[in-house]
Design a protein around this ligand. Structure first.
Ligand code: WTA
Length: 661
């Protein structure tokens, strides 16, 4: 993504209550689209939702039957709050569902993955070819000592070996834990250790805006502190020399040479763990969100089909990196389970020029594009001339995910990319939910720019007060889910207590998502953003606490408070308020040092956009940092001058405190 411009007024970033309260536009699904859609009218949507509401288990059981089970389940749902088991007693394999079952008919020679590297190299895998690679790599994993239930860490660029690695894990019942390639060595080490991963799959590097990102070097640093790793499998992507440790590190292509292409899929329990994906919570320690097999696949396969209206002729491109949940669910599993064609792109949207995305869409005749509001806002800023240079007439449906989309960006996406022909699905969900939960169905539900519209059939979502009472129309409240759904996380890896406390204690008896929202008089959801200590920066989840501990780990820093401030491009930018150790001096150079320090501790995505030095942090009498005040200061609501030198916010704090008493 491009560097963000200087911060402007907060008005056009995340849709604050004012802007979305004013939003009155309603856009019906285009008739041409609706005519051919899986779900064709609002009336049909209402009917399905009503039936699913009456009997959600029957609804999901029907969706599960669309998959291939080795053995059917005995019970759809076993719910001992807050622990759910779906399709209990069923036996299934995800890799079999994503690959083998498509080999029986004509789909065996259909493209499963259309891949494009940043330098312009391309590879296509048909279902048959992908199946062969996955079977071979599953055998490599077995030879590397990986057994059912073992954890495998994956730290890779967006290359075809990444989905191959995931599907190979799923084939033998190993649990993958993908760590986004933008995370630092330290972050990778901590995640490997939390999951006690046995094997690490990585590459010599990946291409990003013309530069080789040295992934293996970072993996080497991480592996200095990961006692459980016995082997690393390394894909040669960029071809620059890397250190290979004798007896531990093996090249992917060499290991694959002699691997057998025969590997029958393991018959796994429906509740067998599929993956762990770390995400930021409101404490400093990332949470290992655990997803399992049968329920997860049912959820992502079924939602992919209905929400993206997937047909065999489609070419679907979800631009998310597989390092995030969106990539897991809607680049890999949900798409391949449907026998669809999934586009994958390795690099940056502005390499070699600002029209790379539109160029890819034109060349591959992409029909469905699923991307993030932060990307849309960036494209808007780059100007209409870039998309206008290309033939985008293949597109028939657009989607967004990851953060609230401001109505202005929604309308631009609709007009400039969709040429007013394509419906837009604004899909709300989370790492924890596994798949999409609140969304329009594109041929059925009228859209309102900025709203993710209505719960998917079978999902019981609401906006409530702290004590769990539904709020009246247009009043703000907490976004909750009132009953289990098949793709939900089962726990936080190794920490049931934290799972309970984090999601099911805030509002008794309900899953609390950490988001604020309101519902309008038509029951449409308008998500207002995170209300906990999690920020959503350019669609990436980051915890304020995590960045604070990274800052405090620097010897010059005594104390740090991190808040989000509205940003036109990224949705939220990171502002850090820092007090220094006695002898340390505030300077522009120290700001840079601290930003780099955070990049080293967590990753470049967590670098503060702004650092302000202060000699005291505003605190309440009980010693709690007054974040609300800092947020106001960071967003320019409370003016203070130049920020290179030390500032004293204590006066403001005292003023604010007297307000509050
Ligand atoms: C936010 C990404 C508004 C929300 C799939 C949520 C959204 C967090 C939307 C999860 C949307 C996601 N409208 N906000 N359509 N989609 N969010 O775990 O705050 O990376 O809690 O999962 O993103 O982010 P995560």
């Amino acid at each position: 993504m491009a560097r963000k411009p200087a911060a402007k007024s907060p008005s056009t970033s995340t849709p604050d209550i004012e802007s979305i309260l004013k939003e009155k536009r309603v856009l019906k699904p285009p008739a041409e689209f609706a005519k051919k859609a899986h779900i064709r009218s609002f009336a049909e949507h209402k009917k399905i939702s009503k039936a699913a509401q009456r009997n959600p288990q029957a609804y999901w059981a029907r969706a599960a039957k669309e998959l291939d089970w080795f053995k059917s389940w005995k019970k759809v749902l076993d719910w001992k709050p807050p622990f759910a088991k779906w399709f209990v007693g069923g036996k299934i394999n995800i890799s079999h569902n994503c690959l083998d079952r498509h080999l029986e008919g004509w789909r065996r020679n259909k493209a499963a993955i259309l891949w494009e590297g940043e330098p312009g190299d391309r590879r296509t895998y048909t279902y048959q070819e992908l199946h062969r690679e996955v079977c071979k790599f599953a055998n490599v994993l077995k030879e590397s000592g990986v057994k059912k239930g073992d954890r495998v860490a994956v730290y890779m660029p967006m290359i075809p070996e990444l989905p191959i690695a995931l599907l190979a894990c799923a084939r033998i019942g190993a649990v993958h834990s993908v760590v986004f390639g933008g995370f630092s060595a330290d972050a990778l080490r901590d995640r490997i250790n939390d999951a006690k991963a046995k094997v690490l799959i990585t590459s010599d590097g990946g291409w990003r805006r013309g530069t080789a990102v040295p992934l293996k070097q970072m993996a080497d640093d991480a592996m200095k502190g990961t006692p459980t790793i016995t082997r690393a499998l390394v894909v040669k992507r960029i071809g620059e020399p890397v250190h290979m440790q004798e007896g531990r590190d093996y090249w992917w292509h060499e290991a694959m040479e002699d691997a057998s292409a025969v590997c029958p899929p393991e018959k796994l329990d429906s509740e067998h763990p599929l993956f762990i994906l770390y995400t930021s919570g409101s404490t400093g320690k990332p949470k290992g969100v655990l997803h399992t097999t049968g329920g997860y696949l049912t959820h992502v396969a079924h939602t992919a089909r209905l929400i993206f209206d997937l047909k065999d002729e489609d070419t679907f491109w979800c631009t998310a990196d597989i390092g995030w949940v969106t990539g897991h669910s809607y680049v890999v599993y949900g798409l391949l389970a449907n026998g669809a064609t999934s586009v994958m792109y390795e690099g940056a949207p502005n390499h070699p020029a600002n029209d790379r995305f539109w160029d890819i869409i034109e060349r591959h005749r992409v029909t469905i594009l699923y991307t993030a509001p932060t990307a849309i806002r960036t494209f808007m800023k780059w100007g209409d001339e870039w998309p206008n240079k290309h033939d985008l007439s293949s597109l028939r449906l657009l989607g967004t995910v990851g953060e609230p989309i401001n109505p202005e960006a929604w309308m631009w996406y609709h007009r400039v990319i969709g040429k007013k022909r394509c419906p837009i699905v604004d899909t709300w969900w989370q790492t924890e939910t596994g798949g999409i939960l609140i969304t329009p169905l594109p041929g059925a539900v009228p859209a309102k720019p900025g709203s993710c519209t209505l719960p998917f059939p079978g999902i019981d979502a609401d906006v409530v007060t702290k004590d769990g009472k539904s709020v009246p129309p247009n009043a703000g409240g907490f976004l909750v889910l009132k009953r289990p759904w098949p793709g939900m996380l089962r726990t936080i890896y190794g920490d049931d207590a934290r799972y309970k406390q984090q999601y099911w204690s805030e509002i008794p008896g309900m899953y609390f998502a950490g988001d604020g929202a309101r519902r309008d008089k038509d029951g449409y959801f308008w998500v207002l953003g995170r209300i906990d200590d999690v920020m959503n920066v350019a669609g990436h989840r980051l915890s304020t606490m995590e960045i604070e501990s990274a800052l405090v780990s620097h010897p010059d820093v005594a104390e740090a408070a991190v808040v989000g401030r509205p940003d036109d491009m990224k949705g939220t930018a990171i502002a850090a308020f820092v007090t220094l150790e006695g002898s340390s001096k505030a300077s522009e150079n120290l700001k840079k040092v601290l930003r780099d320090h955070v990049a080293k501790e967590i990753g470049p995505i967590a670098k503060p956009d702004e650092i302000r030095f202060t000699d005291s942090l505003p605190k309440t009498r009980s010693g709690k940092i007054m974040r609300r005040l800092l947020r106001d200061i960071a967003s320019g609501k409370a003016t203070v001058g130049d920020t290179t030198t030390l500032e004293d916010y204590s006066i403001l704090a005292r003023l604010r405190e007297s307000d509050e008493v």
